[in-house]
Design a binder for this molecule. Structure first.
Ligand SMILES: *Cc1c(COP(=O)(O)O)cnc(C)c1O
Length: 395
């Protein structure tokens, strides 16, 4: 890599003239969806019809699970799943996740309890979960963060040792696999998100996957207010239906999923090889035998070794025309909505706090040019070479 290049933040020319976005969904061509749209509009069946049914069938067959229930979002899917399972009590969840994981438990009146993540994979640490188990624990809700599969076996062992339910927030993980088996069939249920930054795209939407047919039945009723059809609601449900248009988009996205996941993995491998040469940058690990969707490509910046903090690096990258985010910072326990839960506790989320301090998420989308990750890594290398000057400028 060239060390002659001056970082843009110090007056050099930016790595990109046009800002590289963090994420951009791949969408089907208009001709591909116009026939679907025509069918939907002429049938006048706009929600929860044949496209939703087909999506559920195809998703279940792809994931190797008995039942998939299409819903309006991953958040509503998680809310429904916990409601349908009758979860009452404490729910152990990571704080290093997107807020919606924890919101779903809190909306059901469950008390969230945070457990720390594993330093290598940044997924929920089963030993730390075991430390948080009490007689009040009703369930464990783990996140396959960035698409990295959790340590499913150890979590299952911890859950079954105490007879508590295990659920997964699989928002990032449609297409991930754990030791050769698709994410979707683990625990009592898993929920995927189909928003534009997730691997499978409907615009808005979610999919609940489960092998528990009773639970699936309750989720189906639950997404229709709890009404099985006779208007005698069996429990307090939601409107969490998916529209036919969203299902049609999701079906198209499913057709290209494998190809797109290969592309995401290949871009990630390019990034990983380039970062091997940069001191102070490490990468969250995917365990051997597992496969990630790489919903996000996140690096960890060690300020002492790299010479700049994660925040300073994001500022310097903005000048280069590189959009970044800091997934997931702040961690959920530091959000104002949840800080009351952690009063008086300071040390049990050490890895979470460190990771939240160090994360920088870089652009990764399927239609990126091959040279984009290379130029982004080069820009980061040149920023590091000039770290002292950049730091004094950015404070
Ligand atoms: C995006 C996301 C969600 C929420 O998904 P929606 O479909 O937007 O409700 C939940 N959990 C995680 C980890 C997410 O990243």
């Amino acid at each position: 890599m060239s060390d002659l290049r001056l970082p843009a933040v110090l007056g050099g020319s930016p790595a990109f003239d046009e800002t590289v976005p963090l994420a951009r969904p791949s969408v089907p061509a208009i001709e591909e969806v116009s026939a679907d749209l025509q069918l939907i509009l002429t049938s006048k069946h706009l929600t929860n019809g044949p496209f939703v049914a087909r999506l559920e069938e195809q998703a279940a067959s792809r994931l190797g699970v008995r039942e998939c229930i299409a819903v309006s979002s991953c958040t509503s899917g998680l809310m429904l799943l916990l409601r349908a399972a009758g979860t009452t009590g404490e729910v152990i969840a990571p704080s290093f996740t997107f807020a919606a994981t924890v919101h779903a438990a809190a909306w059901n009146g469950n008390q969230p309890v945070f457990a720390d993540v594993d330093a290598a994979t940044l997924t929920l640490n089963p030993e730390k979960v075991a430390e948080q188990l009490t007689e009040r624990t009703a369930a464990i809700l783990a996140t396959h963060i960035y698409g990295t599969p959790c340590d499913v076996e150890s979590l299952s062992r911890v859950a079954s040792s105490r007879g508590v339910d295990l659920f997964f927030d699989a928002a990032h993980a449609f297409g991930s696999s754990y030791q050769g088996k698709p994410i979707g069939g683990f625990g009592r249920g898993e929920v995927f998100s189909l928003t534009p930054t997730k691997p499978l795209v409907a615009g808005e939407g979610g999919i609940i996957a489960t092998n528990d047919t009773d639970l699936a039945g309750r989720c189906r009723i639950g997404r229709d207010y709890g009404n099985p059809g006779d208007y005698d609601c069996r429990f307090i449900g939601l409107n969490a239906r998916m529209s036919e248009v969203h299902a049609a988009l999701a079906l198209r996205s499913l057709e290209t999923l494998d190809e797109r996941l290969d592309r995401r993995n290949s871009i990630s491998a390019t990034y990983a090889a380039l970062f091997r040469g940069i001191v102070g940058i490490t990468l969250p690990q995917v365990r051997p035998g597992d496969r990630s969707t790489f919903k996000d490509f996140t690096i960890l910046v060690n300020q002492e070794e790299f010479g700049l903090s994660a925040i300073q690096l994001t500022q310097a990258l903005r000048s280069e025309g590189v959009e970044t985010r800091r997934y997931y910072s702040p961690p959920v326990h530091k959000m104002r909505a949840y800080e009351h839960l952690e009063l008086g506790r300071t040390d049990h989320l050490e890895v979470t706090d460190r990771a939240a301090n160090q994360v920088v998420t870089l652009p990764l989308w399927e239609e990126m040019r091959d040279e984009d990750p290379v130029r982004i890594a080069e820009a980061i290398a040149s920023i590091q070479i000039h770290a002292a000057e950049v730091a004094s400028l950015l404070v």
